[in-house]
Ligand binder design. Sequence first.
Ligand SMILES: Nc1ncnc2c1ncn2[C@@H]1O[C@H](COP(=O)(O)OP(=O)(O)O)[C@@H](O)[C@H]1O
Ligand SMILES: [Mg+2]
Length: 256
Amino acid sequence: MALLEGEHLTKTFGGVVAVDDVSFAVERGEAVGLIGPNGAGKTTLFRTITGVHPPTEGRVFFDGEAITGLAPHEVCHRGLARTHQIVRPFESLSLVENVAVGAQFGGGEVDDARERAAEMLEFVGLADRRYADPDRLSVGQLKRLEIARVLATDPELVLFDEVAGGLDPEETDAIVALIGDIKARGTTVFLIDHVMRALMSVSERVLVLNNGQLIAEGTPTEIRNDPAVIEAYLGERAGEDLSGAVTRAGEDSQVP
Ligand SMILES: Nc1ncnc2c1ncn2[C@@H]1O[C@H](COP(=O)(O)OP(=O)(O)O)[C@@H](O)[C@H]1O
Ligand SMILES: [Mg+2]
């Protein structure tokens, strides 16, 4: 069985079908990307997986066990963690304390939590800022803090929701490299991103949502050339990112 499986997941809000009968699997050790125009249901799909919005229909399995409808903290305890699109650190705590909260959530003693927090800050490149206040951080550093917090819970799989959102190209590349390092440590990665070049470079496989439905699944190259995917993005004014990636596909043969 795959590490994470969604089976016929549907989530409605009143009359809006945000996620519409989506089935997917993420294998252990894989990096899978999730794309789709604004409002396609990407964040909602992640929220049905992590228990924020239990699905209206369908089931979620993690590590062979049904996790449908578990509370977010229970899902996290099982090793399935997510980063948030908007990073909200505890402003009154230093970075190491912020990350230690995540580490303690994973279980164990306070001293161990601080040690683990320090390790995670080092891993994400914030070791020298460990006693700083979060309000001194740049957007890119805040994203790193969020990643450190999530890693401190010792997850088997991390869901990243637009972790490169709002970053400049240099910071984006650095975050992408960091996600590659996370995968190299053996952590499974499932990520949403609007920066197509970044997402395509780190994902082995890409799933595409449109109007809540899974319309395509394949390697980054297959996805870039998929007519249904191109069509879905053509209707979207805010979707320059993918249309950029689609037009770039022919030129950009270095990207897998
Ligand atoms: N909490 C909510 N209540 C009502 N409607 C929601 C809620 N969350 C998302 N939606 C709706 O579900 C659809 C999918 O949204 P979302 O999952 O945020 O898309 P994406 O992340 O792909 O941009 C949108 O039409 C959005 O307005
Ligand atoms: Mg979203």
